[in-house]
Design a protein. Structure first.
Length: 225
């Protein structure tokens, strides 16, 4: 399974999606900071599974209809930062989708996630991540699960990794940094959290219009049943 994750930076990079899909042929696409009302229901052979509807800048998940069948989805707000309370950019920061893999005859849960911005504390983002993983366990109990997106967590990632592992998940970073806008905050922001899947590779793609670089995740069912 190949997953593309991309923070569109206030929808500015939406015009790059066609070329990214053509080049990388993802099975699932997870978007952050999208203007949901401007997203098409189909895009280069992929079907829109679900999108948030209460955000100024939302989340969306596309999937290949030849590979998967849509089962259900969940979107939810997580503990809010001061930035969220004042500016209200995003009420829903998690969008989870349960898909049925047609060839493998099994279900898998995929989620697009967008943590609170850098103005918040890492402790709040860890709380958001923990709540997101708990929600996904309710959506697809016992199914392989992968959550990708903008974690906004440039430093002290070891502590985050420890917490994620305590909950039975793995944390994977890409081969190169994924954020370049501010000199002192460059680094890895776009992560992969998974359970019941082998993450074979996480690759940072070339930069486009967004300040985030898209990532490609290669995952399979070799581990975790």
């Amino acid at each position: 399974m190949r997953i593309l994750s991309y923070n569109l930076r206030k929808h500015a990079a939406a015009g790059e999606l066609d070329s990214l899909f053509d080049r990388w042929e993802p099975d699932v696409v997870c978007l952050q900071e999208a203007r949901v009302e401007d997203l098409p229901s189909r895009l280069d052979g992929l079907r829109l599974a679900a999108a948030t509807d209460r955000n100024r800048l939302g989340l969306a998940v596309y999937y290949s209809a030849s590979t998967f069948r849509f089962v259900e989805s969940v979107s939810m707000g997580l503990k809010r930062s001061l930035h969220d309370i004042v500016l209200k950019p995003a009420h829903e920061r998690l969008l989870g989708v349960q898909l049925h893999d047609i060839d493998a005859n099994r279900e898998v849960t995929v989620a697009s996630f967008h943590a609170a911005p850098l103005t918040a504390l890492n402790s709040l983002r860890r709380t958001q991540i923990r709540s997101a993983l708990q929600a996904l366990e309710q959506l697809g109990p016992g199914t392989p699960t992968v959550m990708v997106g903008d974690y906004n967590y440039p430093v002290f990632k070891e502590r985050l990794g420890d917490q994620v592992r305590e909950h039975g998940y793995d944390l994977s970073l890409s081969n190169r940094r994924t954020y370049t806008r501010y000199r002192f905050f460059k680094g890895h922001y776009d992560f992969v959290t998974s359970q019941g899947l082998a993450i074979d590779d996480v690759m940072t793609l070339p930069q486009g219009t967004s300040d985030h670089l898209p990532i490609i995740v290669e995952a399979d069912y070799r581990r975790g049943g």
